[in-house]
Write a protein that binds this ligand. Structure first.
Ligand SMILES: NC(=O)c1ccc[n+]([C@@H]2O[C@H](COP(=O)([O-])OP(=O)(O)OC[C@H]3O[C@@H](n4cnc5c(N)ncnc54)[C@H](OP(=O)(O)O)[C@@H]3O)[C@@H](O)[C@H]2O)c1
Length: 456
């Protein structure tokens, strides 16, 4: 009966206003809405009170990280954003704004430039230096670098390929340096680490001989290969690291309660995605903007992308088990898309090799820094010496006898300038040497015996 009714309404029409337009465009709009809804992915249904909990977030200033920070701050978490630099007025305003909107004053930023291993170490050392150890309930790793097609190879100040350095090496370094902090958290504290991965890891190519993509150029036809490799390596590191934490024996014999999740948020309309599609060019940006309705339909918003991250942070299931779960669309995947996820041996070898590479790099960089420091000190010393010589010359200058009339004139003018009298004698002004000409002064100054003999 309802089908008959709907059929006759659809075919014969009704009194509904704009029925003809609805009939023409309705199916297409419904289809697009359906695609948009489907592409939006699943929603996290779990909630957690984060008051009194402390989380570090990388990449909290944009896209997925910004949205995740916002959601966590709304739940009352204390957030420490790890940022490239804290000397940034924009960052100050951003944090103020977020504090206001979430009604949470406990949002802070610390410098930890992921493009520099030294900066990561400085931050971690500062964190570990606290006594008693600081509370840490989790680390959310959302920072990432994606270099668009056609861009030349980019390296960090450490000389490492940029995507590998920021997406993989820096997070590896940060999380392993934080190990002592993880290990001293009370055993009943539910500590969670979330790292973000991407479907592009399907294109990854890990080469143990060139782990940091130092020898190879960017593959021309496949701009996501290096990025995907960094993401796969990060996921495999998480697996190996989780096992190491699981077997660690604490003094109180309790297990280390840190659970790492490897989360794929899905494709989102974020800054890095925009830059990737527009290939970092103005023309590309214009095309991106023209095609925006398409991106609006097929890509998630950062809020939708954050759902799986929040699921990994809130759902009680993650507090149990061995950790190292792969998460996508608010579900735990049984196995990863790559066979490397099944090989513990491969993961452990990757861990060891990366650790060695970081040690070597840090040593080289420390030597380089020391050399620079010595050179700087030497330059500063030379500059200071030069300054001192000039200063002492200037000091003696006033006591020296002028050799010519011109010199005497110029010194008098200098003195007049110093005391603000100007260079020209005004008619009302008394001369400095009232009844003597400049010549006689020079003469007397250069012939003291003559002066002595003169009767006054
Ligand atoms: N977008 C997607 O479709 C997609 C898909 C799958 C996975 N993911 C992953 O999700 C995560 C977030 O992606 P997104 O698209 O939201 O990224 P995004 O909007 O481009 O933000 C990247 C963040 O990383 C930070 N960052 C970059 N270099 C840094 C450095 N040297 N030191 C400290 N912070 C640095 C940026 O800080 P500044 O604000 O200072 O630049 C920014 O906050 C990434 O790990 C990405 O790989 C994204």
């Amino acid at each position: 009966m309802p089908i008959d009714f709907l059929g006759s309404v659809f075919l014969d029409g009704t009194d509904i206003p704009y029925w003809e337009q609805i009939k023409t465009y309705g199916p297409a709009v419904t289809l697009l809405a359906g695609i948009k809804w489907y592409m939006g992915g699943n929603n996290n249904i779990w909630d957690r009170d984060l008051h009194g909990k402390v989380y570090m977030v990388t990449g909290g200033t944009s896209g997925l990280g910004a949205r995740t920070t916002f959601e966590m701050a709304q739940k009352g978490a204390q957030i420490l954003m790890l940022v490239r630099s804290t000397e940034d007025q924009w960052l100050v305003d951003y944090i103020e704004d977020m504090r206001e909107k979430t009604n949470n004053p406990l949002i802070y930023a610390e410098e930890c430039d992921l493009a520099s291993l030294h900066s990561v170490r400085l931050f971690a050392t500062k964190w570990l230096d606290n006594s008693p150890p600081r509370r840490l309930d989790g680390v959310v790793c959302c920072a990432g670098e994606l270099i668009p097609r056609g861009k030349p190879r980019q390296i960090t100040i450490d000389g490492v390929e940029r995507q590998i350095a920021i997406n993989y090496l820096a997070h590896f370094h940060l999380l392993t340096l934080l190990a002592p902090s993880f290990k001293v958290q009370p055993a009943d504290r539910d500590v969670r680490v979330v790292i973000t991965t991407c479907s592009s890891q399907a294109m990854a190519q890990i080469d143990f001989k060139d782990l940091l993509w130092s020898e190879r150029q960017y593959p021309k036809g496949n701009p996501l290969k290096v990025y995907g490799t960094s993401k796969l390596m990060l996921g495999l590191f998480a697996k190996s690291y989780q096992r190491q934490l699981n077997v660690y024996e604490r003094k109180d014999k309790n297990p280390v309660n840190v659970k790492i999740s490897i989360v794929n948020p899905g494709l989102m309309r974020t800054q890095s995605m925009r830059r990737f599609i527009s290939m970092g060019s103005l023309l590309g940006l214009i095309c991106y903007m023209i095609l925006w309705p398409l991106w609006f339909i097929i890509f998630k918003s950062p809020f939708q992308g954050a759902q799986s991250v929040l699921f990994a942070l809130y759902a009680p299931i993650f507090a149990k088990g061995d950790g190292g779960n792969l998460v996508q669309e608010c579900r735990i995947l049984k196995e990863g898309s790559r066979r490397e996820y099944q090989s513990e041996e491969f993961q452990d070898e990757l861990f060891t090799k990366t650790e060695q590479l970081i040690t070597t790099l840090e040593k080289q960089l420390a030597i380089e820094r020391k050399k620079q420091e010595l050179k700087q000190n030497k330059d500063d010393k030379n500059k200071n010496n030069k300054k001192k010589t000039t200063e002492s010359k200037e000091k003696h200058y006033i006591n020296e006898k002028p050799k010519t009339v011109g010199e005497l004139d110029s010194r008098i003018n200098e003195l007049r300038n110093l005391i603000g009298m100007g260079q020209q004698l005004s008619s009302k002004e008394l001369p400095l040497f009232p009844d003597q000409t400049v010549d006689s002064i020079v003469g007397k100054a250069s012939n003291p015996t003559k002066r002595k003999g003169k009767k006054v």
